[in-house]
Design a protein around this ligand. Structure first.
Ligand SMILES: [Zn+2]
Length: 82
């Protein structure tokens, strides 16, 4: 029996949708790379509302943020193994 969307299914959907829906070749209004990294490591609503808003309508930033999150996860898995 299925109970609607799992979180993973939702993420997959969001990923495939957001990664292409909003091309922004001029990178207008994009945050700096380090700002995305800082948000991935220490997300703070009041500090990062503008950035997290931005990545929901900017595919290049969304893709970059997913990449950063992936790296962060890998690093955390690494840390846990030792
Ligand atoms: Zn952007």
């Amino acid at each position: 029996m299925r109970r609607g969307f799992s979180e993973q299914e939702f993420l997959d959907f969001a990923k495939s949708y957001l990664s292409e829906a909003f091309p922004n070749p001029q990178r207008i209004g994009c945050p700096r790379d380090w700002e995305l990294i800082r948000m991935s490591e220490h997300p703070k609503e009041e500090l990062h509302a503008a950035i997290s808003d931005h990545i929901t309508f900017c595919s290049p930033c969304f893709n970059r943020y997913m990449e950063i999150l992936g790296e962060l996860k890998r690093r955390m898995r690494h840390a846990h193994r030792r």
